[in-house]
Design a protein around this ligand. Structure first.
Ligand code: ADP
Ligand code: 5GP
Length: 194
């Protein structure tokens, strides 16, 4: 089943978390277990990491092209995050909702705020928090995908993002990944069945 129902509007599930919290790890599991979810592939000017697939993880693009897309109103929201541009396709959201789909987003706090402003009644926003900044630092370093400078920038931004953790609909702690996943699964089941 990939649709909510023929005559029902779709739903948006927005995941927000500081970089390194584990949201990609959790989202990967969710997409495997809930095949009805449609993943919103964002556009970004960030460099592709090893293992990432263009068109699946992100649409990787350059700054000129991204700015042209902004001008053409291609994005429903876009933001400068850790020095790179990221944006969500407007067509994906509007068509998906019209077709009754369950749409899944991974955006920063700016993106979540923007989506909630325009789509409050369609959306549930879930903030995932790490146990501490120290854990976040260990996870980012262990992941090994970013330079020391990039990790510093992400950690420094995380301090501000964590101040927003109680501003969304649900809060999930990712200390033990299996426990966090069980909690998320329960939330998803609630959203999908109501
Ligand atoms: P994000 O998508 O939020 O930036 P990732 O999913 O890439 O984060 O996770 C960052 C790193 O932390 C990865 O190496 C991942 O395997 C690891 N990780 C995720 N969850 C946990 C956890 N609960 N405990 C320890 N390490 C974790
Ligand atoms: P990363 O570079 O680690 O994949 O993502 C960095 C940050 O950008 C994360 O906080 C992620 O949620 C956010 N992000 C990814 N896609 C989008 C998007 O389309 N819009 C916004 N506003 N943020 C995004």
């Amino acid at each position: 089943m990939s649709k909510n129902s023929d005559d029902k509007r779709g739903k948006m599930i927005i995941i927000v978390a500081p970089s390194g919290t584990g949201k990609s790890t959790l989202i990967k599991k969710l997409l495997q277990d809930f095949p009805m979810l449609k993943w919103s592939v964002s556009h970004t000017t960030r460099k592709q990491r090893s293992g990432e697939v263009d068109g699946k993880d992100y649409f990787f693009t350059n700054e000129n092209f991204f700015k042209e897309e902004i001008e053409k109103n291609y994005f429903i929201e876009w933001a400068l995050v850790h020095g790179n541009y990221y944006g969500t396709s407007k067509l994906f959201v509007d068509e998906g909702l019209k077709q009754g789909k369950f749409l899944l987003f991974d955006v920063d706090v700016q993106g979540a705020d923007r989506l909630l402003k325009d789509y409050r009644s369609d959306a549930t926003a879930i903030f995932i928090t790490p146990p501490s900044l120290e854990d976040l630092s260990i996870r980012l370093r262990k992941r090994g995908t970013d330079s020391t400078e990039v990790i510093q920038k992400r950690l420094s931004n995380a301090q501000n993002e964590l101040k927003r953790k109680n501003d969304y609909d649900r809060l999930v702690l990712n200390e033990d990944v299996e426990k966090a996943y069980e909690e998320l699964k329960q939330i998803f089941k609630e959203i999908i069945t109501t």
